[in-house]
Design a protein around this ligand. Structure first.
Ligand code: CS2
Ligand code: MN
Length: 358
């Protein structure tokens, strides 16, 4: 594995490449052209410039999160082939720049959903939180307004104000799309992009739905082991893989995270590791990465990745906001740096235990 940290680019991120490098644990960044709309072409010159900026800081690009998929592709509308064509060209341009891992998601309308971006914990730190009661009580059109006050001036991935301004239209597009149709549209997309992934050795890593169930009546398909296995089998190419996001799959307590990892060796191309604390099965908040601060056994998760031969990038996922940092919710430096150090510690211990046992 390689330890990485997500970085939104110097125009958007409060965290600098220098700070990331000085963590010492992190050697690569997961980044993107943050101002590109879903469906838009990523020009090679812009990718190249981003790469040079990252390399000048002594790091490298370990993968992209995300090349976002347009609603036309997700809904299978008339424009999908045009957008897929742009997606293929963007992958080509990434491949030519030596980038071999691309994360994306196939969630309708909203990317991840949280009902609070700054729930206060007893120690004064704040975290992102979700309660089903709050979702059930709110009109989806009001969702953005209800959380935007806690965004600390940032543009949050998947919650771009331009998109949110058209929320009613977006819901309209998905009116006749059920989970099966959404799945078929995903398969169509994957089949179309696999040849370019084969040519440039690009690993596609779909991000699980977050939370792992239907929200506001919208279909959700990457939610559990069975659906993931079906998706991997339907397009049975090693470049078709997943992002193992513990905090997303783990929202459903029935999901056995180490079990999922062990069931699909070679098909996890990227890992997001974080912990959740549950107040009820549908009321959860994010926690420190440490096992004892939340619900998941981080040792077992990292061990399952290690023992299945995982070689891709790992990143700490959302962190708590601590030490008075002001940053994009979930994406401050301090708690993610603690998370990176912790995961590296687990990895080293597991690696040494394995080597001394042989
Ligand atoms: C991320 C997602 O911040 C987050 O919750 O894990 O936004 C993720 O980047 C996308 O779903 C992947 O396309
Ligand atoms: Mn994630």
């Amino acid at each position: 594995m390689e330890m990485t940290m997500r970085w939104y680019g110097s125009k958007f991120d409060t965290v600098t490449l220098k700070q990331i490098r000085q963590t010492a644990y992190v050697t690569g960044v997961i980044t993107m052209l943050y101002d590109k709309q879903p469906g838009e072409l990523w020009p090679q010159e812009e990718i190249h410039a981003l790469k040079e900026e990252v390399e000048a800081a002594g790091l490298h690009i370990s993968g992209i999160e995300s090349v976002n998929v347009s609603d036309a592709i997700k809904t299978g509308s008339a424009d999908r082939d045009r957008d897929i064509d742009n997606y293929i060209k963007s992958l080509e341009n990434l491949g030519r720049e030596g980038i071999h891992m691309v994360c994306y998601n196939f969630m309708p309308v909203f990317d991840w959903t949280r009902t609070e971006l700054a729930r206060r914990r007893p120690d004064g730190s704040t975290v992102l939180a979700y309660t089903q009661e709050a979702v059930d009580a709110i009109d989806p059109e009001k969702m953005f307004d209800s959380i935007k006050g806690d965004m600390n001036g940032s543009v949050m991935p998947g919650w771009e104000p331009e998109r949110m301004a058209h929320i009613k239209e977006l819901f309209g597009l998905y009116q006749d799309i059920d989970a099966e149709q959404l799945f078929r549209n995903l398969v169509y997309f994957l089949k179309a992009i696999m040849p370019v992934c084969d040519q440039y050795n690009i690993n596609m890593a779909i991000h699980p739905d977050d939370p792992a169930w239907s929200v506001f009546g919208l279909p959700r398909i990457i939610t559990c082991r069975e659906n993931i296995e079906r998706m991997l089998k339907e397009v049975d190419n090693p470049h078709n893989g997943i992002t193992l996001c513990t905090g997303s799959l783990g929202t459903n307590l029935k999901n056995d995270l180490p079990g999922i990892i062990r069931s699909i060796p070679g098909r996890i191309h990227f890992a997001h590791v974080r912990n959740l604390k549950f107040n009820s099965p549908t009321n959860f908040e994010e926690a420190a990465h440490l096992s004892s601060d939340g619900t998941f056994d981080m040792y077992e998760i990292v061990r399952a990745l290690y023992e299945t031969g995982f070689t891709g990038p790992i990143r700490p996922d959302h962190g708590r906001m601590i030490w008075d940092e002001v940053a994009m919710p979930g994406y401050g430096l301090y708690d993610r740096a603690l998370g990176a150090a912790y995961i590296c510690g687990l990895w080293e211990a597991i690696d040494k235990a394995h080597k001394s046992a042989c």
